[in-house]
Design a protein around this ligand. Structure first.
Ligand code: DGL
Length: 265
């Protein structure tokens, strides 16, 4: 039994989609969330910068006596985590759980991956899927407009539909039957993505799969909390706390009622 909180970080607000899944899968756990809102986006930054920011994010969470860290950010998970040192606390990203789920749910072994430019350029999803199943075929597409569309309230608009059709049609033509949503923001575009890809394509939410994996790991190590719950969620950001509280509800699926603290990173 371990009542310490789980740490979650992201480049900004998007990682709240993973927090939503975590509270669904493990409602009694306390969570400390850090959103690097002062330095978002990570998706178009250089590898060196993403590694440096990710190290800072983990360093901040380590000051809070946490038992496990989840990198909710697709970009940090693919570009930075493979190059980081051991922190003495387990750090998991969103890639492996999503790749395993995609292989489980695909019937044809033709798997699509979408994410930020950094995530897709890293080639990490493809590498992991191939290492798990060398016969799988992976088709990737960077979707750089998706994040600003979601953050500006255009997730369900005609513009989103047109841009998504443009990004996704090559994957559809390749006949992928499982599509990894490899970015924190994409669950908010699920309706649009599903309309374009068709009902027969399984959409894999990387945040959901990471939350399930975190639960498995904690259960295996006998580190789940015994507290009755519901767990507390504490939020830290590197830019305006008000802005985060206002927009964050969209990603978290409920109003952010607890305090949001602004910190210097
Ligand atoms: N959180 C990022 C990700 O999942 C998207 C936003 C950004 O580019 O920082 O890749």
């Amino acid at each position: 039994m371990d009542n310490r909180p789980i740490g979650v970080f992201d480049s900004g607000l998007g990682g709240l989609t993973a927090v939503k899944q975590l509270t669904d899968v493990m409602p009694a756990e306390d969570i400390i969330y850090f959103g690097d809102t002062g330095r978002v986006p990570y998706g178009n930054k250089s590898r060196e910068t993403i590694i440096r920011y990710t190290r800072d994010d983990i360093g901040f969470l380590l000051r809070h006596n946490i038992k496990l860290i989840i990198a909710a950010c697709g970009t940090a998970s693919s570009v930075a985590l493979p190059h980081l040192e051991d922190f003495g606390v387990r750090v998991i990203g969103v890639l492996e759980p999503a790749c395993q789920a995609a292989l489980r749910r695909s019937k044809t072994g033709r798997i699509g991956v979408i994410g930020t430019v950094g995530t897709i350029k890293s080639g990490k999803y493809e590498q992991i899927i191939r290492s798990l199943d060398p016969s799988a075929k992976v088709f990737s597409a960077a979707c750089p407009m998706f994040v600003p569309l979601v953050e500006n309230g255009y997730a369900e608009s005609e513009v989103a539909r047109m841009i998504a059709a443009d990004y996704l049609s090559p994957l559809k033509e390749e006949g992928v039957d499982a599509l990894i949503l490899g970015c924190t923001h994409y669950p908010l575009l699920e309706g649009v993505i599903s309309d374009i890809m068709g009902k027969e394509t399984e959409l894999i939410s990387s945040g959901r799969e990471a939350a399930c994996r975190a639960r498995e790991l904690l259960a295996e190590a006998d580190m789940l909390t015994r507290a009755e719950g519901p767990g507390k969620c504490e939020f830290f950001v590197s830019d305006s706390a008000e802005g985060f509280a206002e927009l964050g509800g969209l990603f978290l699926g409920r109003t952010i009622s607890s305090d949001v603290h602004r910190i210097e990173i």
